[in-house]
Design a binder for this molecule. Structure first.
Ligand code: FMN
Length: 225
């Protein structure tokens, strides 16, 4: 409820290929609901399901290349609830080759104006490390749809480079870099840490409180602060 007694409603729209963005946004949603916010969560579903891991290095290289060209991935129609009025829309997903993922690009093309025009939108990115170009492109696309991009939340994998890039690539291809005798010394886990999941929940609470009290979301210190 806001201070005036109206329920605060947030739409959390997300896509996740290997489960990392999904884990974070579920914790974010917990934080929001514990702050008294009504959350509608919708995952984008590719028409042809994409399976993680891809299972081979050539398939991984092909996906990286097509993502670099910003190939769209066809998605199922959104349920009607997405087009209702919300106080905030959180648009979450991974970085694919320095850009938003194919399903999110398709969403922007197909439903962008109808969904985002006149709305406060908060992009949420899960990535290995390189999110800036993704964010600036997404902000540009959202703004062109008439959205107000109020801030951003970015979570990067905590493993150190250069094993991070190699580890993520091998994981997507279906290998187990964390079990390799050489890489495993530095690369212990694919994706985000427990601490980051807790942080996502904390941020959900912070966002919820700010929405309820009508605070400006642009002023919030969100990761990376
Ligand atoms: C095809 C592809 C391309 C990727 N390109 C990037 C990239 O350019 N920069 C980056 O930081 N991470 C990149 N990643 C890593 C993902 O963004 C990262 O693993 C993310 O946490 C995955 O989230 P998800 O499990 O929700 O899909 C890429 C992953 C895939 C599958």
């Amino acid at each position: 409820m806001t201070d005036t007694g109206r329920a605060v409603r947030v739409l959390l729209l997300y896509y996740s290929f290997s489960g990392q963005a999904s884990g974070l946004v579920h914790r974010l949603a917990n934080g929001l609901t514990s702050a008294g916010v009504e959350v509608a969560m919708e995952r984008l579903h590719p028409e042809v399901p994409l399976r993680f891991p891809l299972g081979s290095i050539p398939r991984t290289l092909r996906m990286m290349f097509t993502s670099f060209l910003r190939w769209r991935v066809e998605i199922a129609p959104l349920p009607a609830v997405c087009f209702d009025s919300h106080d905030l829309i959180i648009l979450a997903g991974p970085t694919w080759s320095y850009s938003p993922s194919g399903p999110v690009l398709r969403l922007l093309d197909r439903d962008g104006r109808q969904l985002f025009a006149g709305r406060q939108v908060l992009p949420f990115i899960s990535c290995r490390r390189y999110w800036r170009y993704h964010f600036f492109y997404l902000k540009h696309r959202l703004t062109a749809c008439g959205a107000f991009v109020v801030n951003r939340i970015v979570f990067t994998h905590p493993s150190p480079e250069p094993v991070l890039t190699l580890g993520v690539f091998l994981k997507i291809a279906g290998r187990n870099p964390e079990k390799s005798r050489l890489l495993g010394k530095w690369y212990h886990k694919y994706g985000h840490s427990q601490q980051q999941l807790q942080e996502a929940e904390r941020i959900g609470g912070l966002l919820g409180d700010s929405l309820r009290t009508g605070q400006d979301l642009a002023g919030l210190a969100l990761p990376p602060a």
